[in-house]
Design a protein around this ligand. Structure first.
Ligand code: PMP
Length: 409
């Protein structure tokens, strides 16, 4: 599908939550980088699962268990095709990006990092791609190094290339920044890291719903996704890893499902993906996640990206017209997903957020779980508007008009 054939109003009709009043105004939901809303197909899949299919998976010898297992594994196959993994077994279900990154840090990191090794992250990482690495560096004696950024929110790629060395063992980098929108040159990062035999983990939280993903052409070692940022349910994430890496990693958690054989003397572990899926997983939400992937596939990432880019450009142009002396933009890189951070001169971001909420407009305010990045800009936080496929130009005009009134006050 291309952008011209998108019917935004019929897309909006698939999202019941959008059709409500908040504080006496029609809801304008512009907090999509935090979580997207869910289409009816996802909501109904969840409802149907508990009405007709609910059973524990992989171990039951009855019809409901078989059916639930089939649906659960169908989602794994859908994820495989969504990211073009070689095998479905390379796609592990987790709670979300945070758990996926912790899993890699606590298994691969703990097993293979030694004192003197280096883990490279960037200045624009979400806390969930900082803290797990700090923890494992502390435990193993490895060193955390940080790729600097330019003032427009782009990575300093010269500095990145200089930071790489034979000591670099892991590069963990965000694909698209949740605070700035910057799309990082991940292919270049992966190729350069591989020359030093470092493995690369991409935080795909913000890339999932916007950018085409092909883990094989990228040759990425680990990729993380969160369903809830991809029109799917909360509590579900994906860790993609190359088989040769996943096979040699120790398990993350012990328990049911992740074992082949248990005795008090010795336990042998199951094959991937089950080795990393201890206990009863979030079955219903995983099953409904497939409908979210179908929703994105039916529209097509290209059309989604084109529409969201139009929304972003319209918003940025409008902000610029409000006056650069009154509005400061954060994140002006040429390649961006539809996220724009800004501040109104002399106004605390939280106050701007409250005033917008009073008009039914939902934006994010604060540090966006990127405190080191905020420190780089010398600020505590920003106001962030982030767009999804169901947003409209009219909604952005309402936001701009409300901001204009605030400035004039
Ligand atoms: N990384 C980025 C870039 C994010 O935007 C987020 C969510 N805000 C996360 C990681 C964490 O994702 P989750 O909360 O779904 O685990």
């Amino acid at each position: 599908m291309n952008v011209a054939s998108l019917d935004i109003s019929s897309i909006r009709n698939q999202f019941p939550i959008l059709h409500q009043q908040v504080n006496g105004h029609p809801l304008i939901y512009l907090d999509n980088a935090a979580t997207t809303q869910k289409p009816l197909s996802v909501i109904e899949a969840l409802d149907n699962y508990y009405k007709f299919h609910n059973a524990n998976i992989h171990r039951g010898a009855h019809a409901l268990a078989d059916r639930s297992t089939g649906f659960y594994e169908d989602t794994r196959k859908a994820v495989q095709s969504f990211i073009n993994a070689k095998e479905a077994a390379e796609c592990i279900f987790t709670k979300g990006v945070t758990e996926s990154i912790n899993l890699v840090a606590q298994t691969y990191g703990k097993a293979f990092l030694k004192p003197g090794d280096e883990v490279l992250i960037s200045y624009m990482e979400h806390h969930s791609n900082i803290v797990p690495w700090q923890m494992v560096c502390e435990e193993t004696g490895a060193k955390l190094k940080v790729i600097p950024i330019h003032a427009n929110g782009e990575l300093d790629m010269n500095a990145f290339h200089q930071l790489l060395s034979a000591q670099t063992k892991i590069v963990a980098c965000v694909w698209a920044s949740n605070a700035l929108g910057t799309i990082n040159p991940v292919k270049e990062i992966i190729e350069a890291a591989h020359q030093y035999k470092a493995v690369v983990l991409l935080d795909g939280a913000q890339a999932g719903s916007h950018l085409p993903i092909n883990v094989q052409t990228l040759d990425v070692d680990f990729l993380t996704l969160s369903s809830h940022k991809l029109y799917g349910p909360t509590g579900v994430g994906v860790l993609y890893g190359k088989r040769e890496l996943l096979d040699k990693m120790p398990p993350y958690q012990g328990g049911g499902e992740m074992i082949k054989d248990v005795s008090f003397e010795k336990t042998t572990y199951n094959d991937i993906p089950f080795k990393f899926e201890a206990g009863t997983p979030n079955i219903g939400d995983v099953i409904a996640f497939k409908d979210a992937l179908d929703f994105v596939n039916d529209l097509g990432k290209e059309a989604i990206m084109q529409w969201e880019t139009q929304l972003l450009q319209h918003f940025v142009m409008g902000l610029k017209e409000l006056g650069s002396n009154r509005i400061k933009l954060f994140g002006t890189a040429p390649h961006k997903v539809a996220v724009q951070s800004f501040l109104i001169e002399g106004k605390h971001p939280f106050d701007t957020g409250l005033l917008l909420d009073a008009k039914g407009i939902a934006v994010r305010t604060g540090h966006h779980c990127t405190q080191p990045l905020m420190k780089f800009f010398g600020i505590e936080g920003t106001v962030r508007a982030s767009f999804a496929i169901y947003n409209t130009i009219e909604e952005i005009d309402s936001l701009l008009a409300t901001l204009q009134k605030m400035i004039n006050r």
